[in-house]
Design a protein around this ligand. Structure first.
Ligand SMILES: [Mn+2]
Length: 345
């Protein structure tokens, strides 16, 4: 006899398969002049689709704690940093690193803002997370927040793409942002988050017990996890020039890793011209910053993804920007990729 619950779940997953396929196969379109929010890849997303994915997203995040414990059975794992609405580049990363149906991913947040396809980017990652809950893990960045995303483009993108229902779409997104996990503990050796460590991490349970749903508060543990940066300009904890949270130096990174018996901290949140290959190490290799959006804001920067193998060895998959229209929409030539074996986790 048919199990109605099982049938409903199968129909549900079929819906997500169709939605993922639609996002992965949509064709590039020529961007009309003077429309900064026109999609670079033509995906028409309805308010109903936003409602379905975000509602299921909330339910899916509610099943997880704010600290994700990702065990070794999930290795190998690809760790992806900031995407900032660069939907084409997200599709390239997924094509290059492997189908999430049988390859694991951990995303470190900042899906939206700055780039023009935050809607498509965050919906694709979230749909994959819902469809493959044991393979795709998703953390919150500082841009997955109502205060930040109103200032840096995502709110305006919602208004433009879903007019006259932009506010409704925006509200759906904010409701799911407030439930996203903030930190991942991988193989009991790697700690990953969007921003950095915090003077308020007394134990991993402190992260596990963070209250949700919540906006990102202006102070405290949740704030630091998505906003803090490593920096040796000032000793110890120093107020960040961002105007929120702290910077922390190499000594703090080393003592944190020793106290928590962590080999490596992986975080995102920054790109600058010191980050050749899209990454930079701190504290003698105890912390690495990664950034996964190549040519971010036309900076011509490299980007990378970390591949953690079954022995917790880390490699970088590097994506280099290529300019010009000859590569538009062509997955194989849009980015050059290279691998460099660097350090151990
Ligand atoms: Mn960030």
């Amino acid at each position: 006899m048919a199990d109605p619950m099982k049938d409903a779940a199968a129909v549900d997953m079929a819906w997500f398969d169709t939605f993922i396929d639609k996002l992965m196969t949509a064709s590039p379109e020529v961007r009309p002049p003077r429309d900064p929010y026109a999609a670079l890849i033509n995906v028409n997303i309805s308010l109903e689709e936003v409602a379905t994915v975000t509602r299921r997203g909330v339910a899916s995040f509610k099943e997880q704690k704010p600290l994700l414990r990702i065990n070794r059975a999930h290795l190998p794992l690809h760790i992806v940093g900031d995407m900032h609405g660069q939907f084409r580049e997200l599709r390239i990363i997924l094509s290059r690193c492997g189908d999430p149906a049988n390859h694991s991913y951990l995303f470190l947040g900042d899906y939206v803002d700055r780039g023009v396809q935050g809607v498509e980017t965050v919906l694709l990652v979230m749909a994959l997370k819902i469809r493959y809950p044991d393979r795709v893990f998703m953390l919150r960045g500082n841009h997955e927040d109502c205060n930040t995303a109103t200032a840096y483009g995502f709110y305006d993108e919602c208004l433009a793409k879903f007019a006259p229902n932009g506010e409704a779409a925006w509200t759906h997104f904010v409701s799911v942002f407030n439930w996203m996990p903030l930190c991942a503990y991988v193989g009991e050796k790697i700690l990953a988050m969007h921003g950095g460590i915090s003077p308020h991490i007394s134990s991993l349970e402190a992260i596990e017990n963070l209250p949700r749903p919540s906006i990102i508060p202006p102070y405290g543990l949740m704030c630091d996890l998505v906003w803090a940066d490593p920096d040796n300009k000032y000793p110890g904890w120093a107020l960040s020039a961002r105007g929120i949270s702290y910077t922390f130096d190499d000594n703090l990174i080393k003592s944190f890793c020793d106290n928590f018996k962590i080999d490596l901290i992986v975080r995102a949140h920054q790109i600058n011209n010191e980050m050749k290959g899209g990454y930079k190490f701190f504290a003698d290799g105890r912390l690495v910053s990664i950034f996964s959006a190549p040519n971010y804001l036309n900076m011509k920067n490299d980007a990378c993804v970390i591949r953690v193998n079954r022995d917790l060895l880390c490699r970088f998959v590097v994506f280099r920007p290529k300019m010009g229209k000859s590569f538009a929409g062509n997955k194989s030539t849009r980015v050059a990729s290279a691998e460099a074996s660097v350090g151990e986790a």
